[in-house]
Design a protein around this ligand. Structure first.
Ligand SMILES: *[C@@H]1O[C@H](CO)[C@@H](O)[C@H](O)[C@H]1NC(C)=O
Ligand SMILES: *[C@@H]1O[C@H](CO)[C@@H](O)[C@H](O)[C@H]1NC(C)=O
Ligand SMILES: *[C@@H]1O[C@H](CO)[C@@H](O)[C@H](O)[C@H]1NC(C)=O
Ligand SMILES: *[C@@H]1O[C@H](CO)[C@@H](O)[C@H](O)[C@H]1NC(C)=O
Ligand SMILES: *[C@@H]1O[C@H](CO)[C@@H](O)[C@H](O)[C@H]1NC(C)=O
Ligand SMILES: *[C@@H]1O[C@H](CO)[C@@H](O)[C@H](O)[C@H]1NC(C)=O
Ligand SMILES: *[C@@H]1O[C@H](CO)[C@@H](O)[C@H](O)[C@H]1NC(C)=O
Ligand SMILES: *[C@@H]1O[C@H](CO)[C@@H](O)[C@H](O)[C@H]1NC(C)=O
Length: 461
């Protein structure tokens, strides 16, 4: 019986291999904007019917190397609300993300590192949580057999206790000595994943439970990416999420889209960063590309130009004016970009090399925003399908419009059908065909409660 269910599981995962995954990352706090028309992105606002997997960031690595609740007394309720989304989409799977955000001060002083990183959500989260990441815990965790065993046992217990279906790792980055890494990190990470995989499989065999998924978020390029031994890790993980976004940004002195499909900056000091480069450098030829999801971002990057030239590659002096709601230097949520586009002041154009969009605004066109829209996401989905990749992973689901324009576009292209998944009926009473959960009385009530809870708990921005 048990071997039969294992066999069935194997068949299932083989079946799911081709461009099927739609993974969304969510900060466990009710993070995000709280602006007019843009309610704080509480779990109930996640378009659960458009995702196959949701990753909740972050759990803690405690001083004694157990998986722990980051904010005891608060996060548990969020886990429950997240996992309750499985009632809306019965095929939805959830994973807890192991990793901690960087301190805000660190984010600002080491802008280059941020290029691969969890910018918007992570920085909010850090202010909210009031503590900084110390990545050396990752290094210490994988470097000792005892620490690995402690963490593995505690993480299986944790995940089952709170009703998650998997574990995602977000270590930024092994062997990064500026962040507490060591030279031995890459091989130790392989050993750790091997042992974790064995424990996960043993748990399934012993207890007849469905097998937990294991996944790793990867930087979108060789910078830091070289320290992930993907050819070896691939034996133990179910998939990798390739963070092929925030590749360019206002730390550079030319304006480029954050996540161009092909390298728009050939011949400059900023060459080598694109989705295509990320794929080439991070997906070993020995590994099935279906193990990799293409990471996309629903935020654009902003620049202030300092000459009259406005085409991609134009000279820039720094980040652009902050978005009206997110107010984050250097990035802008898609819903804010839409406001610029509909306001009549912006001039939009396509970067035909980067296969992405950009706009300029203000009277002398000195404000520049690079972004992905439904059209450029179509090209990215076509790219990942042509490469045989396994799906999509989305950073910052809350940067989409409230009627989920981007999520709908991406899933529609991914599945060649309407923007929701097989057998999942979107909840009705929605304001658009996208089947958003937004704005029922119940959701409003829950948003209000969540906001009050957040304020009382002192986590409000
Ligand atoms: C989270 O982990 C850090 C060590 O990385 C530890 O100092 C802190 O006490 C932990 N928090 C909780 C709530 O366990
Ligand atoms: C990070 O944690 C390690 C291990 O406890 C410690 O040695 C180191 O001082 C910490 N670094 C910072 C910046 O707190
Ligand atoms: C099986 O489940 C029991 C009870 O939930 C747990 O104590 C045990 O550790 C599990 N077995 C494995 C191999 O994880
Ligand atoms: C555009 O206008 C702003 C303010 O009106 C000015 O500060 C800036 O220097 C101008 N930029 C260029 C490239 O002319
Ligand atoms: C524009 O700003 C960049 C970055 O500060 C600088 O390198 C460049 O010289 C500036 N160009 C002009 C024309 O001011
Ligand atoms: C938009 O254009 C109007 C009219 O030209 C101008 O008054 C306004 O300041 C512009 N807004 C922005 C954000 O550039
Ligand atoms: C719910 O809305 C969708 C999209 O508008 C529609 O196709 C479907 O028939 C509706 N279902 C029910 C039960 O009303
Ligand atoms: C959200 O915005 C409303 C309206 O500005 C404000 O009253 C409320 O305090 C805000 N809540 C949080 C948690 O920031």
């Amino acid at each position: 019986m048990k071997s039969l269910s294992l066999f069935t599981l194997t068949l299932l995962s083989a079946h799911l291999a081709a461009a099927q995954r739609m993974v969304g990352y969510y900060g466990i706090f009710a993070t995000g904007a709280n602006c007019t028309g843009i309610p704080r992105f509480v779990p109930e606002l996640v378009p659960a019917h458009m995702y196959t997997h949701l990753n909740f960031a972050f759990s803690n690595i405690t001083d004694d190397f157990q998986m722990g609740v980051t904010n005891p007394g608060t996060d548990e309720a969020m886990y429950a609300r997240m996992n309750a989304l499985k009632k809306i989409n019965t095929q939805l799977k959830t994973a807890v993300v192991v990793g901690k955000c960087l301190g805000r001060a660190f984010l600002n002083s080491a802008a280059r590192l941020v290029s691969q990183l969890l910018t918007i959500l992570a920085s909010w989260y850090c202010i909210a949580g009031g503590w900084s990441m110390n990545m050396s815990y990752y290094s210490l965790l994988v470097s000792s057999a005892q620490n690995r065993a402690t963490f593995i046992a505690s993480s299986l217990k944790f995940v089952r206790q709170y009703g998650f279906d998997g574990i995602d790792f977000d270590w930024e980055y092994p062997s990064d000595t500026t962040r507490g890494g060591q030279a031995t990190d890459p091989q130790n990470l392989v050993l750790f994943m091997k042992e974790l995989r064995a424990a996960v499989n043993a748990e399934t065999l012993t207890n007849g439970t469905s097998r937990l998924t294991l996944s790793i978020a990867l930087p979108g390029g060789p910078y830091h990416g070289q320290y992930f031994l993907n050819d070896q890790l691939a034996q133990y993980v179910d998939w990798f999420n390739l963070m092929a976004y925030n590749l360019h940004g206002s730390w550079e002195s030319i304006a480029e889209c954050a996540a161009p499909l092909y390298d728009p900056a050939v011949g400059t000091a900023f060459s080598g960063y694109s989705v295509n480069n990320a794929f080439t450098s991070m997906v070993p030829t020995s590994v099935d590309p279906a193990k990799f999801n293409l990471g996309i971002s629903f935020s654009g990057d902003t620049f202030t130009l300092n000459t009259s030239q406005t085409t991609p590659g134009s000279s820039a002096s720094g980040p652009g004016t902050v978005g009206w709601c997110t107010k984050e230097a250097g990035t802008m949520a898609y819903f804010e970009i839409k406001t610029l586009l509909s306001g009549g002041n912006a001039t939009a154009a396509v970067d035909t090399v980067g296969v992405c969009s950009y706009l300029t605004y203000t009277s002398n066109s000195s404000q520049w925003v690079g972004y992905d829209d439904p059209s450029s996401f179509n090209s990215k989905v076509d790219f990942l399908k042509a490469k045989g990749m396994g799906g999509i992973s989305v950073w910052a689901m809350d940067a989409d419009t409230t009627d989920f324009e981007l999520t709908t576009a991406v899933t529609t292209r991914l599945y060649n059908k309407q923007g929701w998944l097989n057998n999942v009926i979107p909840s009705n009473g929605t304001k658009s065909g996208a089947g958003s959960l937004a704005v029922t009385g119940d959701v409003v009530a829950r948003v209000v409660v969540a906001v009050i809870v957040a304020v009382v708990a002192g986590f409000a921005l």
